[in-house]
Write a protein that binds this ligand. Structure first.
Ligand SMILES: [Zn+2]
Length: 133
């Protein structure tokens, strides 16, 4: 992937994970990953419209997944697509806990394990310092 494309993705994301919004500057595992939203194995390419900045945690748990199960309805739901979906439509904060407003939001939180204890601890520390969200 072209380094200028990677830089473009980082800047477009404001140096925050495009899933959990964690700021790269405060992450334990840096740099964040420029990830393929639709994985190459599913035909996704290197065009910026298929790329997103993701923290280590979100990138690791998302893997090549495109869908998950909405824990409320038990139905298959698409995962959040940072280029096509509006983050605020699908997610909201309740303190340091990320809440899904939609099936897409809830399924994404479940698959990416965005409220696991490590993620909550990391966000809590920043929240106390006024650095998050
Ligand atoms: Zn993240």
């Amino acid at each position: 992937m072209d380094p200028s494309v990677r830089l473009q993705v980082r800047q477009r994301a404001g140096h925050r994970c495009e899933y959990c919004r964690f700021p790269e500057a405060y992450a334990a595992f840096t740099p964040f990953h420029v990830e393929h939203i639709v994985a190459k194995q599913h035909g996704g390419g290197d065009h910026p419209s298929n790329l997103a900045l993701a923290c280590h945690h979100c990138n690791h748990h998302k893997g090549p997944n495109l869908t998950g199960i909405d824990p409320r309805t038990k139905m298959i739901a698409k995962l959040f697509h940072p280029r096509r979906h509006d983050w605020r439509h699908h997610f909201r904060w309740d303190g340091h806990v990320l809440v899904g407003r939609t099936a897409i939001g809830r399924a994404t939180i479940a698959v990416l394990q965005m409220n696991d204890p490590d993620a909550l601890n990391d966000r809590d520390a920043l929240l106390e310092e006024g650095l998050f969200p």
